[in-house]
Ligand binder design. Structure first.
Ligand code: FE2
Length: 250
């Protein structure tokens, strides 16, 4: 009787061991399957990231091509949009704006004057003072620009820069006469970057200012033309940083 009970126990143990072995084998299969899924997901993620980078690169090339087309008309401004975009990005960084992975703000800096395509040469390059009717046409360019890019979704916040890059902190700018914080911050940053570039490049009617002279002129317009907090950020940029951008872009 004792032997039989022992045999039964041994048989039972053997059955349990066999069941455990089967479970272990199934678990190992599942683990391999999960590893394969994880590898597939990693591969898909890598491919998606590469595709997103390609797309972003295409967007950037398209935007640069458009910006060059806008600038090609004006021999004096040269690579103004490229320089303004570089100053603007530095300034945004000093301001603490986290541009992160969103390139839309840079697109806006590059395309700010897209609406100038609709301004006739005779007005855009008129050497003398503009009549009030001509000034109205010039002041239309942020509206025209924002209409041109209205349906281009990937431009996102770039549209704010295009529409509002001539607004002034005190509300006397155009086209919407926005004042203070009502002006999108990207446009407030752009305004300082734009002034810096305009002042430090030669124009047909005046010689370029030095960076030191440009700083004085920008500081004089704090609270009227420019957002005081953006000008504070501008003070953090060194002359060397500004000069590096000028030399790199030319
Ligand atoms: Fe403009």
């Amino acid at each position: 009787m004792a032997v039989s009970t022992e045999q039964q126990l041994l048989q039972r143990i053997a059955v349990l061991e066999s069941a455990l072995a089967k479970r272990a084998s199934e678990a190992a299969d599942k683990e391999h399957q999960l590893e394969r899924y994880a590898a597939d997901l990693r591969e898909t993620f890598k491919e998606e990231r590469a595709r997103a980078q390609e797309l972003r690169q295409s967007y950037m090339l398209t935007v640069r091509a458009l910006a060059s087309a806008v600038e090609a008309r004006d021999a004096y401004t040269g690579r103004h949009a490229e320089r303004v975009a570089a100053y603007g990005l530095k300034l945004a960084d000093a301001y603490g704006m986290r541009l992160g992975d969103d390139p839309a703000i840079e697109f806006g800096f590059l395309l700010h004057d897209a609406g100038k395509v609709a301004v006739p040469d005779a007005i855009l390059f008129k050497p003398g003072p503009l009549t009030s009717a001509e000034r109205l046409i010039i002041e239309q360019h942020p509206i025209t620009g924002s209409e041109i890019v209205r349906d281009i979704d990937f431009l996102g916040a770039a549209r704010d820069v295009i529409r509002h890059h001539h607004e002034r902190w005190d509300g006397t700018g155009y086209p919407d006469k926005l004042a203070g914080d009502a002006i999108p911050v990207s446009a407030r940053i752009f305004a300082v970057a734009d002034a810096l570039d305009a002042l430090t490049t030669n124009r047909p009617y005046r010689r370029a200012s030095t960076i030191a002279q440009a700083r004085v002129i920008i500081l004089q317009a704090v609270g009227t033309h420019f957002d005081p907090s953006v000008v504070e950020a501008f003070k953090k940029l060194s002359d060397e940083e500004i000069e590096r951008i000028r030399l790199r872009i030319g």
